[in-house]
Design a protein around this ligand. Structure first.
Ligand code: RUB
Length: 320
């Protein structure tokens, strides 16, 4: 029913070939655009129902990165508005293209702005620790370096999927000195660094940040060592659902990512748990660096609510 490329994006997000909250959102929006382009009918209701079904399939791939539903909400809500005002399929298609392109463009611009604003917080000689692989966090680090600041980085390897290796690759390509450590060495090395910069998959209405498992441990270690803990995140990482009392779902992935099945099968009494994310409370976060400015985590939800509040509704566009 959908183009092959659509299914490969769905599968790519599920299996983490496409990963990182911002990238997931952009690829999902592109996939929805592709679906729309391939719909060849005049029936307005049918068009909307195909789009809703495709959006639902995309949303169901991974539960935590809120950028994914937010990107699709951005596009679908606009298409639904034009549907409600009587637009034809052709007209709705062009609304979709325009909003999808807008979302993708502003997402990429946001990463650049975050890099610019965040680099202002990095000083010459800083040693920065980061966890996982975040385009936004890397934008801050790379921007600071390109501004001529002499910085070094500690990158965690990020078990079990080793996203730290992607971070190392990016930093190495830039010419930034990087030391890779195992995740459990975070506290051992925290006194060697003077800033922590990480990304976010979701930000809750109380200012808590959901990011790769281990982020909250790093925040604890940084807090104890009095090392500033900074989160670099686009505003579309804010979870509107949390305004309505919902909790962000923490994805738990297959145990075989942690240990091979043949080994696991040897132990009848063994259980392996593999949560992919954790929650860092706002008390442990010094600043949130976003494309609209730098905020304390307690202020950010108020700012976003003011900006986008009326746009969000409790009803999901793919469920109406
Ligand atoms: C990725 C991860 C990243 C955030 C932010 O997890 O936790 O820190 O998604 O990334 P996974 P970005 O590898 O499981 O998707 O700043 O690129 O959106």
């Amino acid at each position: 029913m959908y183009p092959d490329k659509f299914y490969s994006v769905v599968e790519g997000i599920r299996t983490m070939k496409i990963r990182g909250a911002g990238r997931i959102a952009r690829e999902a929006v592109k996939a929805l655009k592709l679906v729309s382009e391939n719909i060849d009918l005049e029936d307005r209701d049918k068009y909307i129902s195909i789009l809703r079904d495709a959006a639902k399939k995309l949303v169901d791939t991974r539960p935590t990165a809120v950028s994914l539903p937010n990107g699709l909400r951005y596009v679908l809500n606009r298409v639904l508005q034009s549907y409600e005002s009587g637009a034809s399929v052709e007209e709705m298609k062009s609304v979709l293209v325009e909003s999808a392109d807008n979302f993708i463009k502003s997402s990429l611009q946001a990463i650049k702005k975050i890099g610019k604003y965040g680099a202002g917080r990095i000083e010459d000689g800083d040693i920065i620790m980061t966890h996982c692989n975040s385009q936004s966090a890397l934008s801050v680090i790379v921007n600071a370096y390109r501004m001529g600041k002499n910085i070094r980085v500690y990158a965690t390897e990020t078990r079990p999927r080793f996203q730290g290796r992607i971070t190392v690759k990016v930093l190495n390509k830039e010419g930034i000195d990087v030391t890779m450590i195992v995740d459990s060495a975070m506290r051992y090395f925290i006194n060697k660094v003077n800033k922590v910069v990480v990304g976010a998959d979701a930000i809750a209405a109380n200012g808590a940040v959901v990011n790769k498992i281990g982020t909250s441990l790093l925040a604890l270690a940084a807090n104890e060592a009095r090392v500033p803990f900074m989160v670099a995140a686009e505003t579309y990482k804010f979870s509107p659902d949390t305004l309505f009392g919902k909790l962000i779902i923490i994805e738990e992935r297959d145990y075989r990512e942690v240990a091979p099945e043949s080994w696991v099968n040897k132990y009848k009494h063994l259980t392996i748990r593999n949560p992919a994310f954790d929650v860092t409370p706002p008390e442990y976060i010094d600043i949130l660096i976003t494309e609209i400015g730098v905020f304390s985590p307690s202020v950010f939800p108020l700012v976003v609510r003011e900006m986008f509040g009326s746009f969000y509704s409790e009803l999901e566009p793919w469920e109406k």
